[in-house]
Design a protein around this ligand. Structure first.
Ligand SMILES: Cc1cc2nc3c(=O)[nH]c(=O)nc-3n(C[C@H](O)[C@H](O)[C@H](O)COP(=O)(O)O)c2cc1C
Length: 235
């Protein structure tokens, strides 16, 4: 780890390059202050493939309840498809001005097959079977598939949001701009990407790109968060 630091109290920067190139915790906080919900992206700039891959990998590494990983990511670069998505996403220009659009799609339900597949994968990767783990599998099999599909989808969607959060942080770390979006018609997006046929439903989207500071009304505005004493209770 580098010992170079940037003060965590440094003001948020509107520059296209995040402050510091530290790999320590203060460097991460500085980049999280630099990150903002980018309103205007530079349509001429493209995020490098290796950066996109690391951002997606951060989402894949996100923890999920019981490790079921009940969501998938679609990386959309096709211009025609992104135009269609923009039309059902309040015409938000970042969808097409960014270079990549990540679509977070959660399982529409928990089925025995899906639960078994993840438990079997765990046993295969780790090379052994464990009684406690198998009992846990049986417990999930006896509860999740019997629940209402909407309850299961809502649970899966919450896991997708953890992945979204990880991707957001990873994008900031990579000095890539992004904007998380719920402002779209999920049923229409499911149709565009044919998600229902794959047992998936769209949850959130994340355009990736680079800020066009000259055309962005938000870039120079102060980041607004409640003060720490109204956010944290120490017990
Ligand atoms: C789940 C979620 C959905 C959001 N949907 C949109 C959206 O559709 N369009 C948009 O411009 N911003 C959207 N935002 C951005 C928020 O408005 C923004 O993150 C918040 O105001 C805090 O500002 P900051 O991200 O710049 O710090 C969304 C954020 C989250 C976390």
């Amino acid at each position: 780890m580098s010992s170079t630091t940037t003060s965590p109290n440094a003001p948020a920067s509107a520059d296209s390059q995040a402050p510091g190139h530290e790999t320590n915790a203060q460097g991460l906080l500085a980049r999280l202050k630099w990150r903002y919900a980018t309103k205007k992206m530079d349509a001429t700039r493209k995020v490098a493939a290796d950066k996109v891959q690391r951002i997606v990998e951060a989402a894949r590494l996100a923890p999920t309840s019981s490790g079921l990983q009940p969501f998938e990511i679609f990386v959309v670069t096709n211009d025609a498809v992104r135009e269609k998505i923009k039309a059902i996403a309040w015409n938000q220009a970042q969808v097409t001005d960014g270079s990549h659009l990540l679509v977070f799609a959660a399982w529409d339900n928990y089925t025995a097959d899906r639960i078994n597949a993840m438990f079997d994968l765990t046993n295969k990767v780790r090379g052994f079977k464990n009684e406690g783990w198998e009992n846990y599998r049986a417990m999930l099999l006896n509860s999740y598939p019997q629940r209402d599909a909407e309850v299961n989808f809502a649970h899966a969607a919450r896991q997708a949001y953890i992945g979204l959060g990880a991707a957001l942080v990873a994008a900031a770390y990579e000095e890539v701009d992004s904007v998380p979006m719920e402002g779209f018609d999920p049923a229409a997006l499911d149709q565009i990407l044919d998600l229902r046929a794959r047992g998936l439903r769209s949850v959130a989207i994340l355009p990736l790109g680079y800020r066009d500071a000259s055309g962005d009304w938000l870039v120079h505005l102060e980041k607004v968060r409640r003060p720490i004493d109204q956010f944290v209770t120490e017990v």
